[in-house]
Ligand binder design. Structure first.
Ligand code: ZN
Length: 326
């Protein structure tokens, strides 16, 4: 991707520098602290930071913040061949895999640095969390556990209480807009809207603007208008019943803005800045009622949660249920 900076053979973004330095400072002061949870709503920031920190921990000649990029370990990491860096994806992780890794690690030299990086720990099963807990209570020597998540609030307290939790900050909105304007050429209001929908993540904002979802968003807004005029939320079912949960999230942002406008909230807090006039026009619809809108908002948030965090759910029936009961 053209907007990625390349540092030490892997992509990097300037707003991650401060976060990275703080984490490395922590490791420098707490040499044997091994467990950290990164909390970010943006996967790309998590992945980059976790990888960069892993490289720095694994480097044999690190100089404060920087990994040397020339030692044997750095070269192996650059080639994705360092044998004791385990990046474990939450979807393919199971108890046996963790046990096998720990068994292997326990046979290694005490001086060998090992990094176990697990993604999206908020989505791990109860059984895996229990196994992990036992291991991190008595971690193998020179082994760093880096656990990332997008939603710290649903990570079990048993894990959180044994971790140092870092909240990865998003860059300032105006800074992000300036950075984005060097890469994409949309109007400022469009960029600002995309940024707000993406919770301030510049990378996610670009991806949203370049995806089909951005055009679907305008179709969704028109459908919402029809549904409110006809007092029939089932009209939204065809557009919501796709495989992409983000469309439901987009609808939540529209409903959030309707509520804010009904409550006369300061407009600087709105998200869909490019569609404010249209959303504002909904308020004159006869059927609109703050309590029903709250109910719809609440239903959609539950629906989005179930679709993201629960397995084996009939998607169409679930969406239907929440649209009927508004
Ligand atoms: Zn090195």
């Amino acid at each position: 991707m053209a907007y990625e900076n390349n540092v030490n053979n892997f992509m990097w973004y300037p707003w991650l520098n401060n976060q990275y330095k703080k984490i490395i400072n922590f490791y420098n002061k707490n040499r044997y602290s091994t467990i950290i949870v990164y909390n970010s709503i943006n996967d790309n920031s998590n992945n980059l930071l976790c990888y960069a920190v892993s490289r720095r921990l694994i480097c044999q000649n690190s100089n404060c913040y920087k990994s040397c990029n020339v030692c044997n370990n750095c070269i192996l990491m650059s080639n994705n061949n360092y044998p004791y860096y385990y990046k474990l994806h939450h979807l393919t992780l199971n108890i046996q895999k963790i046990r096998d890794i720990i068994t292997n690690i326990s046979k290694l030299s005490l001086k060998q640095v090992k990094v176990i990086y697990i993604t999206n720990i908020e989505k791990l099963t109860y059984q895996i969390i229990s196994t992990l807990l036992k291991i991190i209570e008595y971690p193998p020597s020179m082994t760093y556990f880096i656990l990332s998540c997008n939603n710290i609030s649903i990570v079990p307290m048993t894990i959180r209480s044994r971790c140092i939790c870092w909240s990865i900050q998003i860059p300032n909105e105006n800074y992000s807009i300036k950075w984005l304007q060097t890469i994409i050429h949309n109007k400022e209001i469009i960029i600002r809207t995309s940024l707000r929908i993406c919770n301030g993540s510049p990378i996610n904002a670009i991806l949203l603007l370049q995806s089909k979802l951005w055009n679907s968003r305008y179709v969704l807004l028109n459908q919402l208008n029809n549904a409110l005029l006809k007092n029939n939320m089932l009209l939204l079912l065809p557009i919501l019943n796709t495989n992409d949960n983000k469309i439901i999230y987009l609808l939540i942002t529209f409903i959030s803005d309707i509520i804010k406008l009904m409550k006369n909230t300061n407009r600087s807090f709105l998200m869909n800045l490019d569609s404010i006039n249209k959303i504002n026009s909904f308020l004159s619809t006869d059927n609109i009622n703050i309590y029903k809108i709250y109910k719809l908002w609440d239903n959609l948030i539950k629906c989005w949660y179930y679709l993201n965090y629960k397995n084996n759910i009939n998607r169409e029936l679930l969406i239907l249920h929440f649209l009927v009961n508004w």
